[in-house]
Design a binder for this molecule. Structure first.
Ligand code: COA
Length: 393
């Protein structure tokens, strides 16, 4: 191996004012505010304002922001029509990506003022739940449910998904889920968004890159994999052996481990409590199975560097989402409903940040390990002289 820093681990590539993570001590702050304080006192709407505008809103500011979000919830007809034409087995993340990029067609993307970018951010935050629930309805041959302007962002999502208004308790849990997923510094999808934004591509293209990155199972797709595992295990008494078998085979336990946290992920601690509460209320085994996965994994996973592995945000979010009645295939899209705020905040910072240094364009280098025949390059053999080789394509 020729490179020293695989996957840009621990490499600072830009200044940011948006999010601070202390992975050693399990601290997460959005714009300086501790995630626990935000969960205890705030809402997704308020946190979205904070992330985008760098300050907690006053009451009138929050009312106006909320009004704009509600006004921007509906989708252009052509996007709904394009969903109708899609194959019903299309992946929701792919539908989200293509619907999102279509929104650029309804915007004057040549207007690159910060004010316009902030309006676009509000538009995207407002429309993500609608895109996902509209597709879910079309795919399942159900009636598309219009947004209800009397409902909060979290409650409206559950309403559009299920066709009935959620209880206050479920609304609040959904709100916390979105808030906890809203931002997480230079993770894979946010970095993808910033990288594309640094080329001066528009916000919709940047967000499309982020959606694509989030779709992978090592990033946003992990929560689905966790729930599939919980269903496969089925009961607490089988969990220990299930984990041991995975570890024996050298497979990864989804929902465990993190590139930054070297202790408990503070989001996992909050979600653990929610999972416990819901499991008790609904009399399900999901919390207990997850707890045993966590404990057995901590005991069984041995790493070459001797580091301990902890639960990440996806381990307990899976059962919470499931118990809120959210279909498994929507878990990663729900992550996107929260994270769109952070993506937009980062794209705007990338485009307008005063903080320096910031790269004009991200352009890492790689350690070349391919064919090398000296400074003049390898001898080029014309096609006719290459002989007959076995067809491999
Ligand atoms: C998220 C993740 C990619 C971060 O990994 P990372 O910090 O970059 O660390 P690495 O992938 O280099 O792993 C470090 C060591 O821990 C082990 N490890 C990390 N996560 C593991 C997991 N979930 N299960 C088993 N072993 C794990 C690796 O095998 C590696 O061991 P080694 O040093 O003996 O080769 C990784 O923890 C993972 O794949 N987790 C499962 C997927 C997941 O839950 N993703 C959601 C993240 S929020």
């Amino acid at each position: 191996m020729n490179i020293k820093n695989i996957g840009l681990r621990n490499i600072e590539v830009a200044d940011t004012r948006i999010c601070f993570i202390d992975g050693e001590n399990g601290l997460l702050t959005y714009r300086g505010f501790n995630i626990n304080d935000l969960v205890n006192n705030s809402t997704f709407e308020e946190v979205s304002y904070l992330l985008l505008y760098d300050e907690l809103p006053s009451a009138p500011q929050l009312t106006e922001f909320d009004k704009r979000l509600k006004e921007a919830r509906s989708l252009p007809k052509s996007i709904i029509n394009s969903m109708m034409d899609r194959k019903k087995n299309a992946s929701v993340m792919d539908v989200l990506l293509t619907s999102e990029i279509m929104l650029a067609e309804y915007d004057d993307i040549n207007d690159t003022s910060k004010e316009s970018e902030l309006k676009r951010a509000i538009n995207l935050i407002a429309k993500f739940p609608t895109i996902i629930t509209t597709w879910n309805a079309i795919k399942n041959g159900r009636e598309i449910i219009e947004a209800d302007p009397r409902l909060s962002h979290a409650a409206n999502f559950l309403y559009m998904l299920h066709g009935s208004k959620p209880s206050k308790e479920y609304e609040r849990i959904m709100d916390i889920l979105l808030l906890l997923h809203a931002e997480h510094s230079f993770n894979a999808s946010t970095f993808a968004a910033r990288e594309v934004a640094s080329t001066k591509a528009h916000i919709y293209a940047s967000v499309a890159a982020a959606i694509a990155a989030l779709s992978g199972e090592l990033h946003g797709g992990a929560n689905m994999k966790v729930m599939e595992a919980l269903l496969e295990i089925g009961s607490v008494d089988k969990t220990n052996e299930w984990v041991k078998e995975k570890v024996r085979k050298g497979e990864r336990i989804m929902g465990m481990g993190h590139a930054v946290y070297k202790t408990d992920d503070p989001r996992a601690l909050i979600l653990k409590e929610l999972s416990k509460k819901l499991s008790k209320e609904l009399n399900t085994p999901w919390y207990e199975i997850t707890r045993v996965i966590e404990e057995t994994s901590k005991r069984e996973i041995r790493t070459s560097k001797g580091i301990d592995i902890y639960a990440n945000v996806d381990l307990y979010s899976a059962s919470v989402l499931y118990m809120l009645g959210i279909p498994i295939e929507l878990f990663t899209p729900v992550f996107a409903i929260g994270r769109i705020t952070g993506w937009c905040a980062h794209i705007i910072e990338e485009k307008f940040a005063e903080a320096q240094p910031k790269p004009v364009l991200y352009r890492p280098s790689a350690a070349y390990i391919g064919r090398y025949c000296g400074t003049h390059g390898c001898k080029y053999v014309p096609l006719k002289d290459r002989g007959m080789k076995e067809i491999k394509i």
